[in-house]
Design a protein around this ligand. Structure first.
Ligand code: NAP
Length: 256
């Protein structure tokens, strides 16, 4: 491809390791000429994400635990102080307690339900609110979702309900922020082996099932998700907002 993101700055939240979808997205953004900023959650992850940032040629690596409003405020203050504008923000963040991804959904605790929704869905709203003022003249906000938002996927449980909230939040944000030229979209990725995915019980059997049944008869590659994010962040996606773009080898159309 040819510098589709030249002159653009992208903030990518959710790089934990090389297998993170956010890592592939940051890598593709760099390839397309973007200036990339990364975040990490907590001191425990700082050195790891700084090292990954060096590999990716990230311009900055900043702290941001999305459950801490003051960290999001500090991140925005830091960018504003440096006169940084943002053209794209990638929200690639989710979390649920492991026990809520293994026991029956009906046994989900109140605290587990709220935690999954706070980290995985509300954070899109708080990130959009904090970063929209840095996107004067327009920009692109991209989040990552999964088919479990609208279909019952065994063991996905509370995360499916949180993804439904995330997708709805994406549409409401697109409806409001469109007036300022900010587009908000979600990529619904097929299952990919990452740290978060491994928390889901019997995840490898999901990969096997999809590889047999998806129209493309294979699983999704992280690079395919990343290239879709490039499209949404670039001017090629200028007419697209409030959309869920499936990058899943076509699995979402399959019935019996
Ligand atoms: P991942 O590498 O584990 O990424 C999840 C990220 O969320 C990690 O960087 C994690 O940071 C971060 N995070 C969790 N709590 C946070 C908090 N309070 N503040 C800031 N960051 C926090 O797994 P992934 O598969 O790439 O997931 C990225 C996104 O893609 C998620 O929204 C996921 O639901 C979605 N998705 C994944 C798949 C799949 O099959 N892999 C399919 C569809 C959609 P720490 O590790 O430091 O906690």
């Amino acid at each position: 491809m040819s510098n589709l993101l030249e002159g653009k700055t992208a903030l990518v939240l959710g790089v934990a390791n090389k297998w993170s979808l956010a890592y592939s997205i940051a890598d593709a953004f760099r390839r397309e000429g973007a200036r990339v900023l990364l975040t990490y959650q907590g001191e425990r992850q700082q050195a790891t994400v700084e090292a990954l940032g060096a590999e990716l040629g990230a311009a900055r690596v900043l702290a941001c635990d999305v459950t801490q409003d003051q960290e999001l405020e500090r991140l925005v203050e830091t960018l504003r102080a440096e006169d940084d504008r943002l053209d794209a923000v990638v929200h690639s963040i989710a979390f649920a307690n492991k026990e809520d991804l293994t026991r029956p959904f009906v046994e989900t605790s109140r605290s587990g339900f709220l935690l999954a929704h706070e980290v995985s869905a509300y954070s899109l709203v708080s990130v959009a609110r904090a970063t929209a003022p840095l996107m004067a003249g327009g920009g692109s906000i991209i989040t990552l979702t999964y088919l479990g938002a609208t279909r019952v996927i065994t063991n996905y449980n509370v995360m499916g309900v949180a993804k439904a909230a995330l997708e709805s939040a994406m549409r409401y944000l697109a409806g409001e922020l469109g007036a300022t030229g900010i587009r908000v979209n979600a990529i619904s990725a097929g299952p990919i082996k990452t740290a978060s995915a491994r928390a889901i019980k019997e995840f490898s059997s999901v990969l096997d099932f999809v590889a047999q049944r998806a129209p493309l008869r294979r699983n999704t590659e992280p690079a395919e998700v990343a290239d879709a994010a490039v499209f949404l962040a670039s001017d090629l996606g200028r007419g697209v907002t409030g959309n869920i773009l499936f990058v899943d080898a076509g699995f979402q159309i399959v019935g019996l």
